[in-house]
Design a protein around this ligand. Structure first.
Ligand code: MN
Length: 234
């Protein structure tokens, strides 16, 4: 009898300590704040490649919807405490709404950042050297990148990324997937991304995805791609 009372006491005590520890650790966790950032230039700033109306609809309706649906999908789940990168690393465990909308939010943020009205030309220094040693020359890289976009059936993205050994590779993902997700064929850190959904080009280019892709080079912000390249190599 005495022994069983003692056992019960130990049990109650350990459950209480456990609950207390759990409460303490959840109190310490900080929720991740996700922000719908301003477009870094005016809607008509990229007019030489992408028209104002496309930019406005793309940013203010498509991207905003991905963002809103993403932040709606995570409250009350462990995802509230994770960064987008951490969510993508465990993507296969999470709901498809998080994959589509979290991916959509991240991908568009990257896309806006790698374009600029002062863009175009070629990358410099280490990124250029890496492109030349991986793909032969800059023109060959452009050709392979456009091919990745052209052969994506339906909607998706073309990417230039760094793999875990710091080597550049070109890939394409369907829908709003990206190379950070554990569901894709080739994983890495994307440094340049091109949206090849029809919503990204249909008003000006209609069905001519190739025309949109070749015009993209005139607005690529290589300074930002170089910054992402350096950050990914650290
Ligand atoms: Mn898009």
């Amino acid at each position: 009898m005495k022994k069983s009372i003692l056992l019960s006491l130990v049990l109650i005590l350990s459950v209480s300590v456990g609950l207390f520890a759990q409460k303490k650790s959840s109190e310490k966790r900080v929720k991740t704040e996700h922000v719908f950032e301003a477009l870094p230039y005016a809607y008509d700033a990229l007019e030489k490649s992408i028209d104002k109306e496309t930019m406005e609809i793309h940013y203010d309706r498509h991207h905003r919807a991905y963002f809103n649906n993403f932040v709606k999908a995570i409250p009350g789940t462990e995802l509230e405490y994770l960064s987008l990168e951490e969510i993508f690393a465990g993507m296969s465990k999470y709901p498809v709404a998080v994959r589509n909308n979290g991916g959509g939010h991240y991908n568009h943020n990257l896309f806006w950042s790698v374009m600029s009205p002062d863009g175009g030309g070629k990358p410099q220094n280490e990124l250029m050297a890496a492109i030349e040693s991986t793909f032969g020359n800059f023109e060959e890289f452009q050709k392979l990148f456009e091919q990745a976009g052209a052969t994506r059936f339906g909607s998706g993205w073309a990417w230039l990324s760094l793999d875990e050994n710091g080597k550049l590779f070109i890939s394409s993902t369907p829908n709003q997937d990206n190379p950070l997700m554990d569901v894709v064929e080739q994983r890495g850190t994307p440094i340049l991304g091109l949206d090849v959904w029809e919503h990204a080009y249909y008003l000006r280019y209609q069905n001519k995805r190739a025309g949109y892709m070749s015009a993209f080079w005139d607005v690529v912000n290589w300074n930002e791609v170089e910054r992402r390249f350096a950050a990914a190599r650290k």
